[in-house]
Design a protein around this ligand. Sequence first.
Ligand code: MN
Length: 728
Amino acid sequence: MRTLETFEFHYDTLKAALEKRALCDDMQIIEQAIAYANDKHQHQKRKDGSPYIIHPLAVAAIVAEFGLDTDAILAALLHDCIEDTDASHSDIASLFGETVAELVEGVTKLTRANFSSTEQAQMENLRKMFMAMSKDIRVVLIKIADRLHNMRTMQYQTPAKQVSKCRETMDIYAPLAHRLGMQKIKWELEDISLRYLVPDDYNTITNYLNEHQQQDEAFMNTIQSNISDRLSAVGIRNTSYGRIKHVYSIYRKMQTQCKRIEELYDLYAFRVIVDSIPDCYNVLGHIHDLFNLVPGRFKDYISTPKPNMYQSLHTTVIGKQGIPFEVQIRTWDMHETAEYGIAAHWKYKQGSGGGSEKDFEWVRRLLESQQDSDADEYIESLKIDMFDDEVFVFTPKGRIVSLPAGSTPIDFAYAIHSGVGNAMIGAKVNNRIANIDASLNNGDIVEILTSKSAKGPSRDWLNICKSNQARTKIKQWFKKEKREENVNHGRASFEAEMRRTGLPLSLTIDPEISPQLLKKLSFDNWEDMYAAIGYGGLTALKAVGRIRDEINRAMKSQANEKSAQVVAKPVEGENRHSVNGVIVEDIDSCLIKFAKCCTPVPGDAIAGFITKGFGVSVHRADCPNAANRHEQPQAARWVRVRWANQDNQPFETTLELDCITRDGLLLDVATVMSTSRVRLKELNGKDLPGGKSVFTVRFEVRNVDELEVIRTKLLNIRDVVGSRRGQN
Ligand code: MN
């Protein structure tokens, strides 16, 4: 752990980094920023009790070491001012320029965003969003420097905070550092995280390394002098050193190989840094000459750089000691890239604004040169200025939601759930009431206000929303919700109009009549027709007018034939009181008699006529006396009747037979009747002029089927030529 948490230490580090890059002229404005930040943070202390300014100063020093420009260094010094003090964007802009103010603003946004998430699946999204939120890559680099310093001073935090911060570092910052090629930063972030997240294993490894330090150093010194002696002898200018691999990588090896640290062999790595690429391959030859090559471990990342632009030659060899070790050979340029990644390629642009095309030159080059799948992943996370088509926002609970750029709270609401969208009455963005058509920005926390009494989406929303998802769901709502409303409303006015006109509604559900009516109305089904009335595309008056004639005609013809089938159809589940086997609709108890004219039996379609003083007279529906029952003024006296389901009760009925007169005919009819085992009540013959006669047969049957069997038998008698129900 660092013990040099003093103003002087960080100030000197910063100054040294600037001197190295000949930026000393900028020291004056940097001094100004230090004074400004110190003044703003004067009432704040670090957790360890030291003045707050030490933190931004340390971050600025790290940023300077990354190789970033003066604007980024100034922004690093001021990075907590907007978040923690009364300094505003415009204050900073007027003192240090708009670019610096924007960088600080960007860092503030990342600071406010909640990147802690327990969902593994969200991590990649979080990382993407982190990048997307930072239009300027310098913002990400300052934020990484900020996190690095906070990690270095983690011992002053509470244990709970240590764990949550380290978790976040492993989930977000270390992978980002890796993607950006900042290997050195990544290692440090990982090692500090491991120390707090898995302290036992961390201690095991560091204790082992400490115990073996002398041994390790002796070994590494031997190898290092073997290498440098040889290279000096052949005249290759180089810097070489050995190191123990970082703690977290040892931990990972132990985990993946299920080994104890004693069993791991490749803990050592040597670096040889030279001036040119030909020197790299030269060195490789000498290494392979000095030591024994471990087959299959040579990798040429110079001709094929890693997706994060890392370049080096890697080879693993074994010396006389029998201990394998890795040798990495690279140029100084490659070394800078390996340590600081994208930051190493930062082009200092005097006076020009950040975030321009040029800023991403390196990234672009990378995107063009890398084609493998690993690169795809990298490209995904590095799209920075290519994220124009996406915006990432949070739910109040910290869930990340990805939407098309320019999306509004409406899009957000429908992305959460269509129910949320349909019940939306307003929205809060970053805890402030916002218009539902406001454009959302990366990192916004969006809360949708809903109400049970919300009237649902408005048609305007279709023009406001940016996502297809929202548009589809809003359209669905109009189709479904509004249609229901329209159908109900339309049906009510249609039925009211039918009642007013005195037309029966029953025909609209009559399977035979209904299609004809719909044809007249030019609709495929009644729902559509009702919906049209509901919308106001058709008035109920007009609709009824169009079908009035058709209904009247249908009622007339039904009176002659079939309509009674509808009338007499038993209503399921209804168990009303019947009299003489007949139920009268709407009248619970009344006298029932069967009309002599047609003598109906169960199975016949029937209709009831309210007589004056004799109760209800039941006719067959096709009885001529019932033909005009739908017409005024008598219509009101006709009632709907139906048969009760009583199969065993006998009903009296009458058949008239037309015959050609002959002797013995009466006997033949009587014989048929007696063999049919029905109760014969009356059998009369009457001679007509011209050798014809009419027989009247009155008998009892249980239903119309029985009656038809007897009728057929009678018609089979020779000289019986016709038959008729009832009595004329
Ligand atoms: Mn900070």
